[in-house]
Design a protein around this ligand. Structure first.
Ligand code: PLP
Length: 415
């Protein structure tokens, strides 16, 4: 059974953890999970598809001599077809990896190496995921020229500015489809058209877009995604490379994945990736509508209660599930884990939260350090209910008001 996607009040699915689904937790305060951009629970349907490949069909797909290997290979082929048909591309162009970070590293380092005779210039954006930023910084240390494009206050790239930095030695332009912190959607189709018209490869990180909006890989030469962001397992990613694009592998060893990525294939994970793509493709329209209604409800409640609140990226096209909110001045303490105990959300991306530094994405959008520090990211998921959204909004408002009152009491000049 896949997660319910019907109406706003539908009961949470069986594997979703709250007091209703886990009676032993009654009386224990389980935070409301609103951090679906960090990761998602495994869809029960996806788990069901994966289970036989841990126990019954445990063969190695590279074992071409016997039926155990054939069964595993058939499952991998099936998953590849599911991913490819969801993205509208050919199955041979899809490589399975250990996640989006690995796919990004493989693609960008691989292009830098394979196309070094053509040029050494890579273009990307200030607000990309750290996997892209750090990969580009590493390449810069090896002699590549990297342009990080700025964004406007809504997090959008200027297309003319992008075009103006392209030069004869530009080999790759990479722009993420949807931002993980703000949900801002870049105009990837238009960017792809301009970049490809100049004979330059266009790559997009679609990790946050899959399952939330309709995504096709046909406009891109290279695309990456990760199963755990759309109710699949952790530790599995895809790298789509258009026909005739060859990059050297990041991992050397056996000739798995047509020599593109060595190592025994994670068959249960790959089966889960295929099934999660299948579900994402089938439910993206309903999920999108439902999440948008919940997100708008949440933002409406928050804006009504907290006049100084700002929605980051408000005027840009955004993912239907993501709300990046700069809370009113003085509300910084709302971000302490104690104040946020009732709601599991994030300050920025899960990765930047761990580092504790103000978000590079918000800073690139022009937010001051303190505005970035009092920003919270709420990301709604398929299992989220209206009641959860209302409760989370109340908890955040209470915490923000308390923190604001405390700050005013401490600094009389504020009045
Ligand atoms: N790209 C984006 C936009 C992401 O949100 C993430 C995960 O946070 C990644 C890449 C990295 O994905 P993975 O966890 O599969 O390495």
């Amino acid at each position: 059974m896949a997660f319910a996607t019907a109406d706003l009040d539908s009961a949470p699915p069986p594997l979703y953890v709250n007091a209703a689904t886990r009676p032993e937790l009654r009386g224990v305060r389980v935070p409301i999970y609103l951090d679906y951009n960090a990761t998602t629970p495994l869809d029960p349907y996806v788990l069901e598809r994966m289970l036989p490949y841990f126990t019954e069909h445990y063969g190695n797909p590279s074992s071409v001599q016997h039926a155990y290997g054939w069964a595993a290979e058939a499952a991998v082929n099936m998953a590849r077809t599911q991913v490819a048909s969801a993205l509208g591309v050919r199955a041979e162009c899809v490589t399975f990896t250990g996640g989006a970070s690995e796919s990004i590293n493989t693609a960008v380092k691989g292009i830098a190496s394979a196309y070094r005779r053509k040029g050494r210039h890579i273009v990307t954006v200030d607000t990309e995921h750290v996997a892209m930023i750090k990969t580009c910084q590493a390449l810069r240390r090896q002699g590549c020229r990297v342009t990080f494009l700025p964004v406007d206050c809504n997090g959008l790239v200027d297309l003319d500015e992008l075009e103006s930095v392209l030069s004869p030695d530009t080999i790759l332009v990479s722009v993420m489809w949807a931002n993980n912190e703000t949900g801002v959607l870049q105009p990837v189709k238009e960017i792809a058209a301009r970049v490809r018209a100049r004979g330059i490869l266009f790559m997009t990180d679609a990790t946050q877009a899959i399952g939330k909006i309709k995504v096709s890989a046909q406009d891109a030469d290279i695309m990456v995604a990760s199963a755990h962001k759309h109710y699949g397992p952790k530790g599995v990613g895809i790298l789509y490379l258009k026909e005739r694009i060859r990059v050297p592998p990041l991992l050397h060893g056996g000739g798995q994945e047509r020599g593109r990525r060595a190592g025994t294939l994670n068959v249960p994970g790959i089966v889960g990736m295929g099934a999660s793509f299948e579900v994402a493709c089938a439910s993206v329209t309903d999920d999108g509508l439902r999440m948008r209604r919940l997100r708008d409800l949440f933002e409406g409640i928050m804006c009504d209660a907290l006049p100084g609140l700002r929605i980051n990226g408000r005027d840009a096209p955004r993912l239907p599930n993501t709300s990046s909110l700069a809370l009113p001045a003085g509300a910084r303490e709302v971000l302490s884990p104690k104040a946020l105990g009732a709601v599991a959300l994030s300050r920025g991306s899960a990765c930047s939260s761990a580092g504790g530094a103000p978000s590079h994405v918000l800073r690139a959008m022009g937010l001051q350090k303190d505005e970035a520090e009092r920003t919270v990211r709420v990301s709604i998921g398929r299992p989220t209910t209206e009641e959860e959204v209302r409760q989370a909004a109340s908890a955040l408002i209470r915490a923000a008001e308390l923190a604001g009152a405390k700050a005013q009491a401490l600094i009389p000049d504020c009045q």
